[in-house]
Design a protein around this ligand. Structure first.
Ligand SMILES: Cc1cc2nc3c(=O)[nH]c(=O)nc-3n(C[C@H](O)[C@H](O)[C@H](O)COP(=O)(O)OP(=O)(O)OC[C@H]3O[C@@H](n4cnc5c(N)ncnc54)[C@H](O)[C@@H]3O)c2cc1C
Length: 385
């Protein structure tokens, strides 16, 4: 039976970002009565304002199985949610600008191949130029991932939110969870709109997830940080793949309307309490210069707008995904450290598996919430991007 108003449910999801809405969809499809509580509106924070990169390229080794499975879901997002969220399978290219950078990329691909992963492939300078004819002549080669791409972030969250609601999830926006409390085998979530009850809780509160982890006696070192993006005026088509650099923080893509989105992990301050990031214009200027180093013809191009979002960062740059080790019936999914958009579709599926079956179909040990209490080196997946 479906809950009428969501006050009593099988599971409460806290947070209406991509991970919360994806969890709500998969949980509702599994037959559970789901209530989702969102403090602002779904997609208001990182999930709705990010660069939309659907990238398996450059992932931490522990994330690769999830990233590959998630990418499969991106390719059939319309079947999953009813909308493809503007997903474009453009491929992603990480270019080297020197021979030394090319060696770094070669080593990365060799390490992955030794582990059995073949999704990242080396391409030489000639192939880079075939893929992106306008690129500066000094580029020495690249890693190419053909099946990666990009999608429209707010549209993606909306697709999951609408599909979750259609599957029976009850979604309350402008409803911040203020306090969670265990009452026997049940959970109570206190909000300004009353108390919500459920057997299970999913903590998908993004940069604010640490508050709930602490409340259930499981403090984690998650921190809110800002990330910036800017978008240019329209320019004639010059690049199809999403393009990243090796020696500098840069990632950008051109949309069908000609505008170019420039980002690539550009950090800036964030005020978690005020719930906003703060654009650092100086840093953005440096990033714009990097783009013109790779594409000199873009020099005169104007910037249309810039913004900052608030993201949850972990000390080891990989998320927390898994059951609470301190409180029964709680599953965490947060701390995506600037690359969680791509993982959204699969993480919702994993959360649903954890809630319904108590185990995940993909390896998630590296994402355990208590890994920061372990002796150094005890966590699997030691290779970094
Ligand atoms: C500028 C920028 C660019 C990025 N680019 C990319 C990219 O190209 N590719 C990629 O893979 N990733 C990218 N990311 C990262 C990605 O956006 C995030 O990792 C991902 O969206 C995190 O999703 P989430 O659902 O965990 O968090 P969020 O989207 O932040 O959602 C958490 C939600 O919880 C809600 N919430 C918080 N507290 C409460 C409460 N007390 N009660 C109820 N609700 C609450 C918030 O309002 C929020 O809506 C980028 C991030 C930013 C900011």
């Amino acid at each position: 039976m479906k809950a009428d108003n969501g006050a009593d449910a099988d599971v409460i999801v806290i947070g209406g970002g991509l991970h919360g809405t994806s969890s709500a969809l998969h949980l509702a499809r599994a037959g559970l009565r789901v209530t989702l509580l969102e403090a602002d509106y779904c997609g208001r924070h990182a999930s709705g304002v990010n660069a939309g990169g659907v990238r398996t390229l450059g992932r931490h080794v522990a994330e690769i199985p999830l990233a590959l499975a998630s990418r499969n879901l991106w390719h059939r997002l319309a079947d999953l949610t009813g909308d493809d969220a503007g997903f474009v399978p453009s491929g992603q290219l990480k270019v080297a600008e020197t021979d030394a950078e090319l060696d770094v990329l070669r080593q990365r691909v060799a390490e992955l191949e030794a582990l059995g992963f073949t999704h990242e492939t080396m391409v030489d300078a000639k192939t880079v130029r075939e893929l992106v004819p306008a690129i500066a002549p000094h580029v020495t080669g690249a890693i190419w991932v053909r099946d990666d791409g990009h999608a429209l972030p707010y549209r993606a969250v909306t697709a999951f939110r609408l599909a979750a609601a259609k599957a029976g999830a009850v979604i309350h926006e402008a409803t911040p969870a203020q306090r969670v409390e265990q009452a026997g085998t049940r959970w109570k979530v206190h909000t300004p709109r009353g108390v919500f009850h459920a057997d299970r809780l999913v903590n998908a509160a993004g940069a604010w997830a640490g508050e709930f982890a602490a409340q259930i006696g499981e403090p984690v070192p998650v921190e809110a940080g800002g990330l910036m993006l800017m978008i240019t005026h329209r320019v004639a088509p010059f690049v199809k793949p999403v393009l990243g650099a090796t020696g500098r923080a840069l990632s950008f893509k051109q949309y069908a309307n000609g505008t170019v989105m420039i980002g690539g992990g550009l950090r800036c301050p964030a005020d978690a309490q005020a719930r906003h990031g703060e654009v650092d214009m100086l840093r953005l200027g440096t990033s714009a210069q990097t783009v013109t180093a790779l594409f000199p013809h873009l020099g005169p191009l104007g910037i249309n707008r810039a913004w900052a979002g608030v993201e949850a960062f972990m000390p080891d740059q990989i998320p927390v995904i898994g059951p609470s080790k301190a409180a029964p019936g709680v599953v965490h999914a947060f701390g995506f450290s600037a690359h969680g958009f791509e993982l959204g579709p699969i993480v919702g599926q994993i959360v649903a598996e954890l809630v319904t079956e108590g185990r995940a179909g993909l390896p998630i040990d590296a994402f355990a919430v208590d890994r920061f209490n372990q002796p150094r080196g005890a966590v699997a997946g030691a290779l970094r991007d």
